[in-house]
Structure formats: C-alpha cells, structure tokens
Design a protein around this ligand. Sequence first.
Ligand SMILES: Cc1ncc(COP(=O)(O)O)c(C=O)c1O
Length: 335
Amino acid sequence: MLLTKFPRRKYTPNKTPIEKLERLSALLDGPNIYIKRDDLLGLAAGGNKTRKLEFIMADALAKGADTVVTCGSLQSNHCRLTLAAAVKEGLECHLVLEETAIKEYNRNASGNNFLYKLLGAHVHVFENGTDKQAEVEKVCKALEAEGKKPYPIPVGGSNELGTIGYSVCAQEIIEQSFDLGIDFDHIIAANGSGATTAGLLLGLYGRNEHVEFSAIGVTGSTEEVSKTVFDLVEKTADLLETKVDLPKEKIHFYDEYVGEGYAIPTKAMIEAVQMLARTEGILLDPVYTGKVMSGLIDLIRKGKFKKDENILFIHSGGSPALYENMDLFEEDLFS
Ligand SMILES: Cc1ncc(COP(=O)(O)O)c(C=O)c1O
C-alpha cells in the first residue's frame, strides 16, 4: 500500500503512545485493555481529525487554496482541528455549523465553540436539519465571487484522503504491536462519519492482520454506517490502486450505544467517562469516546472477551466538549 505517493503535512512528530490500562482492566476483571492515545495527536487539543487533515490540507495547499470551508455540529472536533490546521498553514477558515436536536447556538458556549473564537474562525450557523454540505458549497461560491480560492472539506474529513490518514494509524499499530511484543486480538473505535473506521480496516486488513474489529456507532444505524464505511474502503483502495478483501466476519458494527441520538447523553456514557477519569486519569468525551467506552464496558460485562485477550481501544480525542457538558458530570442527572 503506497501511502507515500500522496502529499502529507506532518502535524504530530512521533507515533501516539499505546498504554496498558492496568487499573481499568483490574476493575472490570476482564481482558487486558490497552489504549492508543490519538487524543495526543498534534494541533489544538488533538484527536483523530489531525491524521485526516495531514493529507487533506496537503491537497488543499497543492491545489493553491487560500481558504478552507468545512462543516459540523456546534461542538465539532473536526471543525476545531480544521481551523487549527488552517491557522498553522496561514489559510482562512470558514465553519458551517448545524444546531443539534437538543442545542441551539449559544455564542458564549464553552468547549470547541470557545476554541473557534480563540483560533479565529468565520462561523456560519444553521438550524438542525440543514443540508450542511450544500451550505458549504454556497459559502465557497460566495468566497470565489470575492476572488478567493476556497477548498471544501466534507463533514468529519471523511473522504478518501481522510481515510488514508487513518490507514497510517493502522500501520503505526502494527509496528507498535511488534515493538511492544503484544498481539492485539481486538480493536475498538468510534464510528461517526466513517473514515476512521474505513482507514483502520483498510490499513489492517490490507496488511492481512488477523485482529477482530468493533466499530461503535455514535449516530445512525448499523445498516447505514457500515455501507458508508465499506464504500469509503473501496474508493480509497481504488485511489491507492490496491485491492482489499475485507474479512467481514471479523468486523462488527454496534448501534445500540448511540442512545436517543447523536450527542444526546446516555447514563452509560457518563459512567464510562467517570470511570476512565477516576481509574486512569484519562479524559474521554461525551459524544464519541465516552459512548465507545460504554460499549466496551458493556461487552466486557457480557463476557464477549476472554480474560487473556488483548483489546486495543482507540482514543480518538474530543475532550474539549466536556467543558460544555459539565452539568452531566456534576450530579447524576439520571438518579
Ligand atoms: C473525538 C472523535 N472521535 C471519533 C470521531 C468519529 O470519527 P469518524 O467521523 O471518522 O467516524 C469523531 C468525529 O468527529 C470525533 O470527533
């Protein structure tokens, strides 16, 4: 798989660490749980989008863009990191933000919203249900009319270049597994717009890894999201001029940890975020990794894994959103 033929900007100097979660593994009395610290990737406050943006921003620069335009929800980690990458590259950045089913725009909100202001974004806000991609195109047209050269980035950075970014993570995991002498039996990650899962699947199974993979959904149904992921794997394999035969029996999608919907808190997410904070001193987030960890805890409690198995949890970042959700963790809202 020739990843080097694509231009890349480097935003993280080294591999992100893989650590054993000794206390959490003991508390749950289950398998050996390891964590891949992609929350420690480069750019403002890290997280999975940094890997995708290394290839996406390189493409924007190669095409002569002076502005990037992307979209997300009010507390979008993707928007925060796209903005940080744009600042680093000296580009202007426009964010098309969509209100969620439960939250209207509050210009004084904390978390990623505060960081949009601090890093200097041009923000365009739309109500819940807006076609964000269409709004991105409109913003690009308006910028072109002003003589600018905008470069649109899809929601979550989930295109072929973003997928290549996460294949690099798979390559890192394989190398670290060899260096650490640990054979991972199972990898578990969040699935939103799809390129994180797609890139990991492509990078792992394109190299014939035997590991099992679980994608924990934070939005949509398994039917919808698995189609998006498999399409992305195929399109990216075409771009890389390679063929990957995915072992579908080793790939599991879960939609039961979403709860009532995207970004709507669940009791299990709150338990998971608190558990990681209090056993390992690691911050998860309420929208993505908190729900993934709630899934992992549930699967362990249901006896899905053997005690001697090695499980790798991908920490994809997102902790700034904690600060806009402090009320969830100050008291047990569900008691
Ligand atoms: C912290 C975090 N984890 C996971 C994801 C999901 O990644 P993907 O959209 O590639 O499926 C996102 C997406 O925004 C995210 O912000």
